[in-house]
Structures are given as structure tokens and as C-alpha cells.
Design a protein around this ligand. Sequence first.
Ligand SMILES: Cc1cc2nc3c(=O)[nH]c(=O)nc-3n(C[C@H](O)[C@H](O)[C@H](O)COP(=O)(O)OP(=O)(O)OC[C@H]3O[C@@H](n4cnc5c(N)ncnc54)[C@H](O)[C@@H]3O)c2cc1C
Length: 361
Amino acid sequence: MIAADVCVIGGGPAGAAAALTLARYTRHAVLLLEASGYAAFRVGETVSAGIVPLLSYLGAESVLAGAVSVPAYGTAGAWGGEQLIRRDFIWTGRGQGLHLDRNRFDAALAACLSRFGDAPRVGTLVRDLTWRDGRWVVDLDAPEGRTQLEARIVVDATGRPARIARRLNAERAVTDRLVGLVCHLDLPKEQGEQTTLVETVPEGWWYTATLPGGKAVAALMTDADLLRGLGIGAVGDFLTRMSATRHVAARLEGARPLGEPRAFPAESHVLHPPCGPGWIAAGDAACAFDPLASLGIGYALASGIQAARIADEWLRGEDGLARAYAADIARHAGVYSAQAREMYQAERRWPDAPFWRRRLG
Ligand SMILES: Cc1cc2nc3c(=O)[nH]c(=O)nc-3n(C[C@H](O)[C@H](O)[C@H](O)COP(=O)(O)OP(=O)(O)OC[C@H]3O[C@@H](n4cnc5c(N)ncnc54)[C@H](O)[C@@H]3O)c2cc1C
């Protein structure tokens, strides 16, 4: 049976950051398992310049080159009123942001692991795990068939569902039912407006951002139960809804959808506990934010690094960082939820619409 010191489950930004930290800075044997082949489109596009030092720590600055990212110069929002209010990053003192092609970014970041250790195992789905004789036995569906591996520590970086941690009886404290219905589009011409555009509507809010390769993303953010009631079956319904917006529709005029829209869960949650004997959750699995905050990818990288440090400490027979980790997550979640509440309370035009009533209460 294959054996590793640490098995990282999930090859998104959190899992890649955890595996890279261990491979680059320790001598522990680490395996990164990713269910997908990074082919189906991924969401979460806008990041601040704050991710650059994190990538450099991981030895992965090069992943931003080429067709992976385009500069993002700011945010424009019609939130709380019809008029667009612009906030350019240049005035925030944090430098320009980036819009990412998430498939390419996630695949390139995970691939960096080959520079420091074993290549990531893509197309490898973790089905289950059990604790046996002081080790985890992990059941996998790998390209070569059903198999098992052994590890002393597992990192759950499976994203919002936190599949592994929940299998180990951790619970998600979920605060809302937000979901994003997302479509990628081809832009008809070179897009000059490289900002994220956000616009509220009675049923939630829309966003659009330019992506590398002359593409754009458009998403309707609403609650899962409300989305069902909107009856958006196919891309035609999505475009009809989008055309009822003022600013998003104007920016995406003439854009051609690249496929059917897909729904992605986007609810906020905190995992309790975020780690336990022999396991640590990282990224969205540990704590997930409303996409409005554009915090998820940066947090995933930072918490992946933290999870790797905890694993390293445990393997050296020490303990201490894990307690600080739980406290750190609670602090992050507290700051974030105060900001999110303030943001949602700034939109008061539709107090009786269920989406806003839930957030104004
Ligand atoms: C609509 C929407 C818009 C967003 N916009 C932004 C934004 O603009 N900026 C921002 O910073 N964040 C944004 N986010 C959030 C951001 O996408 C996430 O915070 C980020 O992807 C979290 O990274 P992660 O590595 O924790 O999880 P994920 O990116 O979800 O990665 C989890 C990985 O685990 C793999 N996996 C799952 N189960 C298994 C298994 N059993 N075995 C093996 N592999 C498994 C999955 O295939 C996946 O690759 C947005 C989210 C949504 C839904």
C-alpha cells in the first residue's frame, strides 16, 4: 500500500498550498489527491495583490504568468442605488488585483508540487477513510482503479462541503443559503473595463468580471430556495434575467455564452472543530465566505499554509498551533460576518423581497 506522512485531499488553492508548504519546507512525504482533471469550469476569479507574497512563499509566483490572469483595476458597484460607484485599487494602496482563469490557476498551482515532491494525483477521488492502528487508511477511486493509501495525517481541502471533516463528525455552522448561478461568456471585443462589476436586484445580486482570453464571467447570486422559484432552466432564461439588469447587461452586450449556467453553493460557514486528532481542515472546508468579500482564494492559500505547519508540528511530536488555528478561524469569521452584515444592510430598496428581508433582519 502507498504510504505518506500527510495526505492532502482536494487540489484547489488550499490543498495545493498545504502540499507545497510541506514539500518545500519539510522532509515529510506528502501526497496531494484531486478528484477532477481541472476540466469543468471553476468559479472565484477576483483576487487582490495580497496573494502574490503567498505564492512566492510557495515557490509558485510563476503560476500567474501567461493566460492565467489579467489585471483587475477595481470594483464598480450599483449597490444601494442605481448609480455605479467605482473604487479603483490604485487608491487603496494595495496595488492592482487580478482576474484569474481558475481552471488554469488551480491546475498550475497544484502542478508546482512536482518541483518539490511527488506530482499531484489528479482524477483521484477519496471515497472514505478509517483510523486503524494509529494511521489513516484512505479509500480511493484512482485512474488505475480502486485502491488504498496510508497516512499519518490528512488535510481536508475538499472545499465548502468539507466532506472528510464531516465524515469525522465535524459540523458546519451555516449562516445562509447563498448560491451562484454562473455562466462564462465570450466577449465580442477587447474589454476595456477590467473591474469587477456588482449590481443588486430584488432577488439578490449579479457580478461580472473580465477573464483571460477575451472571456467574462457572469453570475446571479441568490438563495438556493429562491433560485428554484426563478425557473431558470437553461442559458436562454439566464440571459433573459441578465438583460433585466442595467449595468451588467450593458457591459456584456453582444457577449456569447460558452455553455449552460451552473449553480455553485456559496453559503458562509465555519467548521466546528476545524481540526481533530490526525486531521486538519483548510480553505473553504474550514471557513467559507460570501463571494462578495473576494476573500476565499487568499484565505484558502493562507489556511493551507497554516494547516501544513500544524501537520509538521504534530509529526515532530509538538502541539500548540492547532489551538491557535481554531482561534484564528473564529476571529476571521467574526470580522467577516460584521463586514458582510454592513454591506447587505446598505441595500434597502427591496426590504420585502425575501433575499433582502433575510439579510436586513
Ligand atoms: C460564485 C462564486 C464566486 C466566487 N468568487 C470569488 C472571488 O471573486 N474571489 C475569491 O477570492 N473567492 C471567490 N469565491 C470563493 C473561492 O472560489 C473559494 O473560496 C476557493 O475556491 C476555496 O478554495 P479551496 O481550495 O478551499 O476549495 P475549492 O476551490 O473548492 O477546491 C476543493 C477541491 O477539492 C476537490 N475535491 C473535493 N472532494 C474531493 C474528494 N473526495 N477527493 C479528492 N478531491 C476532492 C475538488 O475537486 C476541488 O478541486 C467564489 C465562490 C463562488 C461559489
